[in-house]
Ligand binder design. Structure first.
Ligand code: ZN
Length: 478
C-alpha cells in the first residue's frame, strides 16, 4: 500500500464497455471495491493472449490499491463446461484430476508473471448449489423454463434489455420452436437464442452429472459466473472484467440472468481487454501460433519481459506479439532495472513524500489515471530516466526510490533474476507423477514405487505433501 499524499488525490478514469463512457473508479459502498474477473477454463495451458487479460487486470488492481482503494478481487476457475468435460474424457482422467493439473499450471504461470492471487478463487463445481438456486429464482419469475429435451433455458424475450452490453440488434427472433434454443456454451452473435442454464445429462458427459430439480445434468457456463460473483460480491458490485471475446455471449448472458433474477443492476462497470495478435494474425491452434509462457521461457526470456511487453500496449487496442518485440521489451526492461539497482525495497514502506514525485512519479501516475494508459506510463518513465544522470546523488537516490514504487505498481521485478530458480516440469514427467499419485491413492504401493524410480531415472524426485505432491529436479540436475 502506498501512502504518499499526492497519490491519494488522484483518480482513475476508466472506460466502461456498457456505457461507452468513462467512469471514475471508486467503491459503490464507499469502503471496498468489489470486482470479478472471469478466470481460466482449465482444460489446457493458458496462452499468452489469455495472460494479457490477467496481467492487465493485475495492473488495474495494483494501481487502484496504490490510490488507497481497498479491493476484493474474485477470479473463478471454470472447471466444468463443454470443453473441460470433452477434454477430460479424451485424456482418460476424471474431470477433477484433469482440471486440477491445469489449475496448478495456471497458478504457476500467474506466480511467474507476478500476478497477485485473488482474494477468492472459487471453483464452479464447488458452487453448483448456488447455480441451481439462481436457476430456480429465474424459473419462478418466468425468465427460464424447462424444455421438452429436459434442459433449462433462459427466456431471452422476458428480459427487455438483452443485448445492451454487446449492442446486439434483437431483430429476427427465431419463430420456429426447434430453432429457438442453443446448447453450446459458446456461439456467435448471429446464433443468439434462448441459452442453456442447466443441461440435462447426455451419455457423452460420462460420469459428470449432478442432481437437480430438473433431473441429473450440469450447469451451463454462463450461470456459473453469475452465481459465483453474487455469492462473493453481492447482487450488485463494482466491476466485472474479462477478455473482449467474453462480451458476447458470456457477459451479455450473465447480465440477463443476474438482473432478471434480482431486479438490480449487476456490475456497475465492465472492463474488457483486447486481443493479443501474433505476427499480425489472430492466434489460433490451426496457425500454430498459440504460444504459452513455457515457450517464452524455453526461448530464453524471463516472464517479466513478457509482462513488460503486455503492458506496452493499451488494453483497448489489439497488441501485436512478435519474438522481436519481446526481445526489445526484454532489453528496455533490463535498462530500466539497471536504474533500480541498489534501491533497498524496505525503504519503500516509509518513502513518504520526500522523493521527487513530480519528476518521474507523477507523470506515470497521470498516464495510468487516464484510462489505465500503460504504454504512455512506460513512455514517460523511460523519458524521465534519461534525465537521471544529470541529478546530484541525493536526488538520484530519491528518483530511484520512485522508480522502485512504479515497478511495484506495475508488477515488474526489482531486478532480472540472475539464474533461473524456477524449474519447469515437462508434461510427460507431470503425467508420470500423476499416475504415481493415482497408484498411491489406490494403495498400489509396488506400482507407485516403480513409477517413483522411473521418475528418478529421468532426474525428478516426487515428494508427497498434504493433499498432493511436489516434483523437483534431483541434485545435480538443476
Ligand atoms: Zn465468466
Amino acid at each position: 500500500m502506498y501512502t504518499a499524499a499526492t497519490v491519494s488525490k488522484m483518480e482513475l478514469s476508466l472506460r466502461n464497455t456498457l456505457t461507452r463512457e468513462s467512469d471514475v473508479i471508486g467503491p459503490l459502498d464507499g469502503a471496498t471495491f468489489r470486482f470479478y474477473c472471469c478466470g481460466p477454463t482449465v482444460y489446457g495451458p493458458a496462452h499468452i493472449g489469455n495472460l494479457r487479460t490477467f496481467v492487465l487486470q493485475d495492473v488495474f488492481r495494483r494501481f487502484i490499491e496504490s490510490l488507497g482503494i481497498e479491493t476484493c478481487h474474485v477470479r473463478n476457475i471454470t472447471d466444468v463446461d463443454d470443453k473441460t468435460i470433452r477434454e477430460s474424457q479424451r485424456s482418460g482422467l476424471s474431470l477433477q484430476e484433469f482440471t486440477q493439473q491445469w489449475q496448478r499450471k495456471f497458478t504457476n504461470d500467474c506466480q511467474a508473471l507476478n500476478i497477485l492471487p485473488p482474494a477468492h478463487e472459487p471453483s464452479a463445481v464447488a458452487h453448483i448449489a448456488d447455480q441451481i438456486r439462481l436457476i430456480e429464482r429465474l424459473i419462478d419469475q418466468g425468465h427460464a423454463y424447462q424444455a421438452e429435451n429436459g434442459s433449462v433455458y433462459f427466456r431471452i424475450s422476458s428480459f427487455k434489455e438483452y443485448g445492451k452490453l454487446s449492442r446486439l440488434k434483437l431483430s429476427g427472433i427465431q419463430k420456429n420452436a426447434s430453432d429457438r434454443l442453443v446448447d453450446n456454451d459458446e456461439y456467435d452473435k448471429e446464433s443468439w437464442r434462448d441459452f442453456a442454464l442447466w443441461k440435462t445429462w447426455k451419455s457423452e458427459d460420462g460420469p459428470n452429472r449432478w442432481e437437480s430439480p430438473w433431473g441429473p445434468g450440469r450447469p451451463g457456463w454462463h450461470i456459473e459466473c453469475s452465481a459465483m460473483s453474487m455469492h462473493y460480491l453481492g447482487e450488485s458490485f463494482d466491476l466485472h472484467s474479462g477478455g473482449i471475446d467474453l462480451i458476447f455471449p458470456h457477459h451479455e448472458n450473465e447480465i440477463a440472468q443476474s438482473e432478471a433474477a434480482t431486479g438490480k443492476p449487476f456490475a456497475q462497470h465492465w472492463f474488457h481487454i483486447a486481443h493479443l495478435r501474433v505476427n499480425g494474425e489472430k492466434m489460433s491452434k490451426s496457425l500454430g501460433n498459440l504460444y504459452t509462457l513455457d515457450e517464452v521461457v524455453d526461448r530464453g526470456f524471463q516472464p517479466a519481459a513478457l509482462r513488460y511487453l503486455l503492458l506496452s500496449g493499451h488494453y483497448r487496442q489489439p497488441l501485436n506479439f512478435t519474438w522481436e518485440s519481446l526481445a526489445a521489451a526484454a532489453s528496455t526492461l533490463r535498462r530500466i532495472l539497471g536504474h533500480a539497482e541498489g534501491v533497498d525495497p524496505e525503504l519503500l514502506e516509509n518513502a513518504g513524500d520526500t522523493s521527487l514525485e513530480t519528476f518521474i512519479f507523477n507523470p506515470v501516475l497521470e498516464a495510468l489515471c487516464e484510462d489505465l494508459n500503460t504504454p504512455k506510463a512506460l513512455g514517460v518513465l523511460n523519458v524521465g530516466l534519461q534525465g537521471l544522470k544529470a541529478l546530484d546523488d541525493g536526488a538520484q537516490q530519491a528518483a530511484r526510490r520512485d522508480l522502485a514504487r512504479i515497478l511495484q505498481m506495475l508488477g515488474l521485478p526489482w531486478q532480472f533474476q540472475k539464474s533461473r530458480t524456477e524449474t519447469r516440469v515437462p508434461p510427460e514427467v507431470e503425467a508420470l507423477a500423476l499416475q504415481r499419485e493415482k497408484a498411491r491413492i489406490a494403495h498400489k504401493w509396488d506400482e507407485a514405487d516403480l513409477l517413483r524410480e522411473a521418475l528418478l531415472k529421468q532426474g525428478w524426485e516426487v515428494r508427497d505433501e498434504v493433499g498432493g505432491f511436489e516434483i523437483n529436479r534431483t541434485e545435480g540436475n538443476v
